[in-house]
Design a protein around this ligand. Structure first.
Ligand SMILES: *[C@@H]1O[C@H](CO)[C@@H](O)[C@H](O)[C@H]1NC(C)=O
Ligand SMILES: *[C@@H]1O[C@H](CO)[C@@H](O)[C@H](O)[C@H]1NC(C)=O
Ligand SMILES: *[C@@H]1O[C@H](CO)[C@@H](O)[C@H](O)[C@H]1NC(C)=O
Ligand SMILES: *[C@@H]1O[C@H](CO)[C@@H](O)[C@H](O)[C@H]1NC(C)=O
Ligand SMILES: *[C@@H]1O[C@H](CO)[C@@H](O)[C@H](O)[C@H]1NC(C)=O
Ligand SMILES: *[C@@H]1O[C@H](CO)[C@@H](O)[C@H](O)[C@H]1NC(C)=O
Length: 939
């Protein structure tokens, strides 16, 4: 073992001994404990003062303890080997039963192994490297947190501010490296990536650090997580400030290694940290702590009279609590078993092999792990061989100080205040969960995290003239040499870039194509991105699967799909029978049926009412019936009920005729354009020719659909119109299959006579292609969504493609204007109900009266028939009143008066009855008996 042999050498070196003041008075037994610290480091000095205070405080309170710690503190002088040799010396020569320290993780690894071998617990309050696991080192107890405990907190911060890329900067030591794999994992979990990890060796010169920082500046990421020791971090931050990485737009997060000591930082160093965030163990404030801090400050001055005063840090509190932990455990274990056994000695073996084993060790370890108390730093519990703390304070360095902006706990995630529990669903966190931060450069704006640095080169945007200049047209200005691009695709791109949350400088670069502008050409064009010639290519680039092997596409900025352009023709045949078209067959039928029905009903009503007009041969009755139905047969229809039926029927007829007229007018005047082809399969069956744009991949799709190769014809955009207008039979085509955006363009130019049918195929539309994994992709896609969803898109479309609304035959055609039975159902019901109910009423009256009269005549034969008639008339009038409304009554009366004598009905006119009778009596004959004309008129 190499270390072992070096240890032997070092053992001979004079030892720097520092024994903490102790008095083994009152017969207390001495319990020897070793301490290994880097005494000239800041942490070492802080810990030494804390430890001596802890010893004093503890035994001042516990004077009756039977054991008393005797601390042997050694300075390892930042040397791992020296630390190891000190440990061996302590174990061998002082029979220490526990070791407090060592300070560094790298030292702790070997010393823990020694501890395991000799069964001596090693309790370190500073060795935080997660690579040091208590599983592989059973006697190692971490009186602090391991570095990975804070990672979730850091990840939460990254997530809170929405950063998606983070560069880690760490020192090339055991401490620095230990955390990085875990950090990368945790960040990946929240979908943030670590594109670069910057390692700075502890021996790096200022120039090397500066160079490394310049390298970081050229990267797109502006969020850094710094995990370094205190001294290294100070150097790096000062340099970072010098090169301008502490300006607006940058974000820095410090791990606890620096933040826990931030109070002790030189104010000039602290100033260069202004704006950064840090993660810090949280120690609740208490008066006990305040008292201790005052005493500690005094003691520190006394211990280090020549040094600048340092501030008490969490490490100081933990060292204090560690001493209490060990002292209490020692008291419980006692010294009864304090035997040290040496293994079978072979004289020539080194001291490492002959390390004594502590008999008390296992018990002591157990006591330490079980001990749990409220210490200065809060609840001190190492039962998990590691401190159980899960609260971090998030701080923001401002000016020469720092302020707290929030907390992080494993249960609640990020929050402004502690103990404010939130629903578990809200764990994701948002910037509002923290107090506002003053970012580097005194900025209040949250850094975007993936800014293109001003020094970085401009984004190279590949452009090329499209076959459709409306989409993209590129020109080179020969005087200035600048490339000018215009068109729909360019405008959308420029709008999208404007919507990006950061400035994105770009320049257009022409890709010169051969002249056929086929999609093979575009494949080449897109491939340039893969070759890293351009960062992004824009244009009417179809998003296609096989292109995604080389590039990533943004979301589409156009409508998608493949559809057909087909000619339209008027769908209405203006022939002899066009007058039938306005009504659907069902409607014609229904009208005729109701026409007949109404006629029949009126006829029956009149018949029952003894209208003389309805007496006669069947054919003439049929004529009368038709007459009833169409004309308001005032003179012919005499009965009140018939009139109601007729009025309803007339309303129906009025509505029907006006609807018919309107419908027929629209058919004769408005062109009803319909596509000649409505389905691509129609074309397949009829074997007609289809066209596509020369060079387009649509050809492959048509062949897949089953079109004969001879029936698929390529055309250039300029020839579409001609080919379509010639038609399939005359050497042209019946339809042209194309991508929807192009079809819209075509339709805006040839609005009359064509329409779009489909889409018949799905396609993703047009997008922009970026290099794979380009961080801009997501931002540009989001910006495109914002542009396409807004009003600007309509403006751009109007500008380049034309106003879609002006072209009426685009889109689905309106349905036919033929009136169906269903349209008029309500009216049919109305007239049906009116007819049927009138019929029923009339029948009831008729049968009732017939019966009534028969009996009356039989009983009262001698009475004048006139009197009878008047009586009956009286009662029937009342019946009529009950059936009809007042208005109808008035109408009826008015009508009767107009008609003069023949229809005079009032009771007062009974005197005239005889005249009427003499006129009408000869013809009006009822079945049962002779009755008066007056009676008929009333009904
Ligand atoms: C030891 O205790 C005695 C009195 O018991 C005291 O005088 C002496 O100063 C103490 N020594 C130390 C080093 O504290
Ligand atoms: C710790 O010591 C035990 C025996 O005391 C041994 O079995 C084990 O392998 C040791 N572990 C390490 C990591 O050295
Ligand atoms: C480090 O601490 C975290 C959280 O306390 C714990 O989950 C993890 O197991 C620890 N790692 C080691 C190596 O002790
Ligand atoms: C120890 O050293 C002696 C000579 O000093 C030698 O004879 C003996 O073999 C050595 N023993 C071992 C175990 O190496
Ligand atoms: C994609 O497929 C088309 C045919 O569908 C082919 O012409 C083209 O070369 C392919 N492109 C790539 C980049 O493979
Ligand atoms: C685009 O973004 C702006 C600013 O965030 C927002 O106000 C606007 O509503 C967005 N537009 C759409 C269509 O999403």
């Amino acid at each position: 073992m190499e270390i072992a042999s070096r240890v032997i050498l070092l053992l001979l070196l004079p030892l720097f001994n520092f024994v903490v003041a102790q008095n083994a008075s009152r017969g207390a037994q001495e319990f020897h404990v070793g301490g290994i610290l880097d005494l000239e480091t800041m942490v070492g000095k802080i810990a030494r003062t804390s430890i001596s205070l802890a010893m004093e405080d503890f035994y001042a309170v516990h004077q009756n303890y039977s054991t008393k710690l005797v601390l042997h503190i050694r300075d390892s002088m930042r040397d791992d080997v020296r630390a190891a040799s000190q440990a061996i010396n302590l174990l061998e020569d002082y029979n220490v039963e526990a070791i407090v320290g060592p300070q560094k993780s790298s030292q702790a690894v070997f010393i823990s192994k020694l501890g395991n071998k000799s069964h001596v617990p090693v309790i370190s309050f500073t060795a935080t490297s997660p690579s040091l696991s208590s599983k592989s080192h059973p006697y190692f107890v971490r009186a602090t947190l391991n570095d990975s405990a804070q990672l979730n907190c850091i990840a939460s911060i990254v997530k809170t501010y929405g950063w998606r890329k983070v560069v880690t900067i760490y020192e090339d030591t055991e401490y620095g490296r230990g955390i990085i794999p875990y950090l990368v994992d945790v960040l990946e979990d929240i979908d943030a990536h670590v594109p670069y990890q910057s390692v700075i060796p502890p021996s790096a010169t200022s120039e090397q650090i500066t160079l490394e920082l310049y390298k970081l500046m050229t990267m797109q990421t502006t969020v850094f997580v710094v995990h370094m020791s205190f001294t290294m971090a100070s150097r790096v931050f000062i340099k970072a400030k010098e090169v301008g990485m502490m300006n607006k737009g940058y974000a820095w997060i410090m791990t606890d290694g620096v933040t826990n000591l931030i109070d002790s930082l030189n104010p000039s160093v602290l100033k260069s940290l202004s704006g950064i965030l840090g993660v810090k163990f949280y120690v609740p404030k208490s008066t006990k702590l305040d008292d201790f801090t005052t005493r500690w400050n005094k003691r520190f001055q006394a211990d280090n009279p020549t040094d600048l005063p340092l501030k008490l840090s969490t490490f100081g509190l933990w060292s204090y609590d560690t001493i209490r932990l060990v002292a209490e455990a020692a008291e419980k274990v006692g010294l009864t078993n304090a035997t040290f056994t040496k293994p079978g000695v072979t004289r020539n073996s080194t001291s490492l092999e002959t390390l004594k084993t502590s008999g008390n060790g296992p018990k002591l370890l157990q006591e330490i792990l079980q001990n749990q108390f409220e210490g200065l730093s809060g609840n001190f519990d190492v039962s998990d061989r590691q401190l159980q703390i899960s609260t971090f304070q998030i701080i923001n360095v401002v000016g020469k100080g720092w302020r707290e902006i929030g907390f992080w706990t494993a249960q609640n995630g990020i929050s402004r205040q502690l103990n404010k529990s939130r629903p578990a669903t809200a764990l994701s966190g948002s910037a509002r969960d923290l107090y506002p931060v003053i970012w580097p450069g005194e900025s209040k704006e949250v850094p975007r995290g993936s800014q293109i640095p001003v020094r970085g080169k401009k984004l190279q945007v590949g452009v090329c003239t499209s076959g459709y200049p409306e989409f993209m047209k590129v020109e080179k200005d020969y005087i200035t040499g600048a490339t000018k691009a215009s068109g729909f695709s360019v405008d959308v791109f420029e709008e999208a870039v404007k919507k990006l949350p950061y400035a994105l400088p770009y320049e257009y670069v022409i890709f010169s194509t051969t002249d056929d502008r086929s999609s093979e050409d575009y494949n080449d064009f897109v491939y340039q991105v893969y070759l890293k010639i351009y960062d992004i290519v824009i244009g009417d680039i179809t998003i296609r699967y096989n292109r995604t092997f080389y590039v990533d596409f943004t979301l589409p900025y156009t409508e998608s799909g493949i559809a057909m352009i087909v000619p339209v023709r008027d769908s209405i045949n203006r022939n002899t029978w066009i007058f039938l078209k306005p009504l659907a067959p069902g409607m014609w039928f229904g009208s005729v049926v109701f026409f007949i029905y109404t006629g029949v009903v009126v006829l029956i009503l009149e018949f029952l009412g003894n209208n003389k007009n309805v007496r006669g041969p069947i054919p003439s009755q049929l004529g009368i019936m038709i007459f009833f139905s169409i004309f308001e047969g005032k003179e012919l229809v005499q009965r009140f009920l018939s009139r109601i039926v007729l009025i309803v029927w007339l309303v129906f007829l009025m509505v029907l005729t006006s609807s018919y007229t309107a419908s027929l007018t629209s058919m004769l005047t408005v062109q009803q354009l319909q596509p000649t082809v409505t389905d691509v399969h129609e074309l397949l069956q009829s074997g007609e020719c289809v066209g596509y744009q020369r060079g387009s991949y649509v050809k492959g799709l048509l062949e897949e659909l089953g079109f004969d190769r001879l029936k698929i014809k390529p055309y250039d955009p300029d020839d579409f119109h001609e080919a379509l207008s010639r038609g399939s039979n005359n050497g042209g085509i019946a339809a042209l299959v194309h991508e929807v955006p192009y079809i819209k363009l075509f339709l805006s130019n040839h609005c009359k006579g064509y329409t779009m049918v489909g889409p018949i195929y799905k396609a993703a539309g047009f997008g922009y292609a970026l290099s794979k994994g380009n961080p801009l992709l997501r931002d540009i896609s989001n910006a495109i969504l914002n542009v396409t969803g807004g009003d600007t898109m309509i403006q751009i479309e109007k500008k380049w493609i034309g106003d879609q609304n002006n072209c009426q035959n685009v889109g689905p055609l309106t349905g036919s204007s033929t009136l169906t039975f269903a349209n008029f159902r309500g009216l049919f019901i109305l007239t049906g109900v009116a007819s049927t109910s009138s019929l029923l009423i009339a029948l009831i009256i008729y049968f009732y009266k017939k019966k009534h009269k028969t009996t009356k005549i039989m009983l009262d034969n001698t009475n004048l028939p006139e009197e009878n008639g008047i009586n009956e008339e009286n009662s029937e009038l009342q019946e009529g009143n009950q059936d009809s409304t007042g208005v109808e009554q008035n109408t009826q009366r008015a009508g009767q008066e107009e008609n003069g004598l023949e229809q005079q009905t009032s009771l007062e006119m009974a005197a005239e009855t005889s005249i009427v009778m003499s006129r009408n009596g000869s013809t009006v004959i009822s079945r049962g008996k002779r009755t008066t004309g007056l009676q008929v008129e009333l009904m």
